[in-house]
Design a protein around this ligand. Structure first.
Ligand SMILES: [Zn+2]
Length: 507
């Protein structure tokens, strides 16, 4: 059945809540592990079905189909879903504290309760108030950012209040600072601030001078056209690539084609520059969205999203728990970014005569992004540290950006005007998240180097990583795919050096 014919029915939220409550009761009365386990899994099924319906309408919204209608439905979801998730969390807390915890962990793995999100809101009324203040500030910032005429002072005031609110939240909950709480909320266990400081140091030592050198020669990245004239043609090239890659990739893409689980065409009301992968629980299928304009680099953005989709599809067929169908971004982005490199032997189909151009631009942009993301991460660690004025905030950013990206000079005038602190949405929306793209990039390069030596072995390790989803911790997942721990010794430099050399050979 094609996606366009899938029916959307708004979940009867009261009924779903009732169903979860009765599962909770069954968990409480369970006389055996089997009974407890079944009731616990039924909670998940109820949520997954509601999420599935919600995702259908969200996809239509992103694609600009039934725009007004879907907008109204999404507003209802935003109100109802937190109540469902709170109930689910209660059931998970109950399972974690029950006599069956060991058996559940034995059957589903040690990560079973690791992905149970720690919710500080439950701790005390103050933290509850601060969290809703944080949400309100985020919303305010979002609104200010889409205004046609940017109001820098208003933006700064919201940003400053957000920093203060988060600091206060950390204090209320007994953390040393917001960094500590932020890492906790990201469930970051396998590495900490020391590891990230070393990571950034290595990028600074190895990548920054290389890019500086290239920029000094006046070389910039540029745009070039793709072969496919529209979304349909682009998809057809992706189908050919995936069928040739492996049997698994082939059956995935056939199902995607058969059910038309993609929409790459341009349309009014569809967000510009959008490339994204939605995951549909229950059916265990992804949906890929792109707003393809015929640009050469965009073909890689689309393949990136089909890479996310492939990983989800693979894990969903191996892992019973929906929570394990994905991992943290440090791993999920390895799936998608590595697919961009598996694409290289097929570039003729995507960009024709511009193959060399594509690889040059792709590598240059990636390396440049490594330096930018490190700068953001360092800034993010320092901005919670002290009370900074608008000018001081800009001074801090200008200093950090100047070290990581000396080719991007911020003028003293911009600093004095207080307009140049970074507008990276992650700082507002998802604290300490941004650096994970870099961490994933390191493993991606490792895969890339491996595929040059032995393409088949790289593919087989890649397939293992996809299948494991989020069923293990970060470092265990790396190990399962024979990837190095990027936080040990000079790993980053060893991985980046050959890629930089390749880029040089393409200039
Ligand atoms: Zn991605």
């Amino acid at each position: 059945m094609k996606f366009s014919t899938w029916k959307y029915t708004r979940p009867d939220y009261a009924e779903v809540r009732e169903r979860i409550n009765s599962c909770k009761e069954r968990m409480g009365n369970a006389a055996s592990y089997e009974m407890f386990r079944e009731a616990w899994l039924d909670v998940k099924k109820a949520i997954e079905y509601a999420d599935f319906q919600a995702e259908i309408i969200y996809i239509r919204h992103l694609c600009g189909i039934d725009y007004q209608y879907s907008l109204a439905e999404i507003e209802i979801q935003n109100r109802e879903e937190p109540l469902l998730y709170a109930l689910r969390d209660e059931c998970n807390i109950m399972a974690a504290g029950s006599q069956y915890r060991n058996e559940l962990e034995q059957e589903f793995g040690k990560q079973t309760f690791a992905c149970m999100h720690y919710n500080p809101a439950k701790e005390n009324p103050d933290s509850m108030r601060l969290q809703s203040e944080e949400s309100a500030l985020k919303l305010q910032y979002r609104k200010l950012m889409v205004q046609e005429k940017r109001d820098d002072e208003a933006l700064f005031q919201v940003f400053r209040k957000l920093i203060e609110t988060r600091r206060e939240l950390a204090e209320t909950l007994g953390y040393r600072n917001y960094i500590e709480l932020g890492y906790h909320l990201r469930d970051r266990r396998d590495y900490g601030t020391n590891e990230l400081t070393d990571f950034r140091e290595q990028i600074l030592k190895c990548v920054t001078p290389a890019i500086s050198d290239i920029k000094a020669r006046g070389i910039e990245w540029n745009r070039f056209p793709a072969v496919a004239a529209n979304g349909r043609e682009l998809f057809s090239a992706i189908v050919t690539m995936f069928k040739d890659l492996s049997e698994e990739a082939g059956s995935y893409i056939e199902e995607m084609a058969h059910k038309e689980l993609y929409d790459l065409e341009r349309r009014t009301n569809k967000r510009a520059n959008l490339f994204s992968c939605c995951m549909l629980p229950y059916e265990k299928l992804p949906f890929i969205i792109g707003n393809y304009t015929g640009d050469g680099l965009e073909t890689g953005y689309a393949v990136h999203e089909f890479g996310h989709g492939f990983a989800f599809y693979t894990a969903a067929r191996k892992q019973l728990l929906y929570e394990f169908h994905r991992s943290s971004p440090s791993v999920n982005e390895i799936h998608s970014k590595t697919m961009e490199h598996f694409m290289y032997p097929y570039l003729q189909m995507f960009v024709g005569e511009y193959q060399k151009e594509y690889i040059r631009n792709h590598l240059l942009l990636q390396l440049e992004n490594l330096t930018y993301r490190c700068a953001i991460d360092e800034f993010e660690h320092l901005m919670y540290d002290r009370n900074l004025s608008r000018v001081q905030l800009c001074e801090l950013w200008a200093n950090i950006a100047g070290r990581y990206m000396p080719w991007n000079r911020i003028s003293a005038e911009e600093v004095q005007q207080g307009i140049c602190w970074p507008r990276q949405t992650h700082l507002v929306e998802s604290p300490f998240y941004y650096i994970e793209y870099n961490i994933a990039q390191a493993s991606t390069y490792e895969f890339y180097l491996k595929m040059k030596r032995n393409y088949r072995r790289a593919w087989s390790d890649y397939l293992t990583l996809c299948g494991e989803g989020g069923s293990r911790s970060y470092l265990e997942l790396l190990e399962s795919a024979h990837l190095s721990n990027p936080f040990v010794g000079n790993t980053i430099e060893e991985i980046c050096r050959p890629v930089i050399d390749e880029l040089h050979s393409l200039l």
